[in-house]
Write a protein that binds this ligand. Structure first.
Ligand code: SF4
Length: 229
């Protein structure tokens, strides 16, 4: 099996240096997560940048924007735009009421408190909160999305458990001794694993014959039970 460092070297050779999302700071990153649901990144970017241009990416502007402005933008993010608008207003109201309009204050809190604070927002669970903190330079382990988790579990970190949450914990525990401490490298790892899960290590049929990780991958060697996550 590859070391984590080898894994990252191979993925970087395959995909190049990944670009982080354009969202900066906790508030924008929460809005980024809520810009659309299960759509490609280019659609998410379209909604996010329309919000920035037409409304302003701050709590006051979003809360005071009328439906006539927010709904057409939300429609660009897929079905149920009313739900999205409601979530944007909830994010803005919580930021104003709980954080005096400045969500950056969570970055001054101890890690566990900061994660708990971010989980107040819609669509943000533990992995999402940890990812936001990572993009803001605060790292504790390597937060991964479902794509990254699938890659790591198939390659051989951790074993699949009965639930997604238990598999997530198992993979995190297995990874821990090998993780870099530098948050920039962790951001890069998060993005590369996500890209690999979307591009080659696909959910239904992984393209192992094209994969640069195949020589050190337990799934490709048939050593792991082939159930999907
Ligand atoms: S060899 Fe196959 S299962 Fe392993 S990481 Fe590559 S695509 Fe995924």
């Amino acid at each position: 099996m590859h070391t984590f460092h080898q894994l990252m070297t191979l993925l970087k050779r395959e995909y190049g240096k990944p670009s982080p999302p354009p969202a900066k700071g906790p508030f924008e990153l929460v809005m980024w997560e809520n810009a659309c649901y299960l759509l490609p990144d280019d659609r998410r970017l379209d909604v996010f940048e329309a919000l920035r241009r037409q409304v302003g990416l701050n709590a006051e502007s979003i809360l005071s924007a009328p439906d006539e402005v927010l709904l057409p933008i939300a429609r660009r993010g897929g079905i149920r735009p009313e739900v999205r608008v409601s979530r944007w207003r909830e994010i803005a109201a919580t930021t104003l009421n709980e954080f005096a309009g400045n969500l950056d204050v969570v970055l001054t809190r101890p890690y566990a408190e900061a994660r708990k604070a971010l989980k107040q927002f819609p669509m943000i669970g533990d992995p999402g909160a940890e990812k936001i903190l990572l993009f803001c330079g605060l790292a504790s382990g390597l937060p991964v999305d479902s794509n990254g988790l699938r890659v790591l579990e198939r390659v051989g970190w951790g074993r699949q458990q009965k639930s997604y949450a238990a598999t997530y914990r198992a993979v995190q525990a297995a990874l821990k001794p090998e993780l870099p401490s530098n948050s920039d490298r962790l951001v890069e790892a998060h993005l590369l694993l996500r890209e690999h899960g979307k591009t080659l290590c696909k959910y239904q049929v992984p393209l192992c014959d094209q994969c640069p990780l195949a020589a050190g991958c337990k799934y490709a060697a048939g050593e792991t039970f082939r159930r999907q996550i």
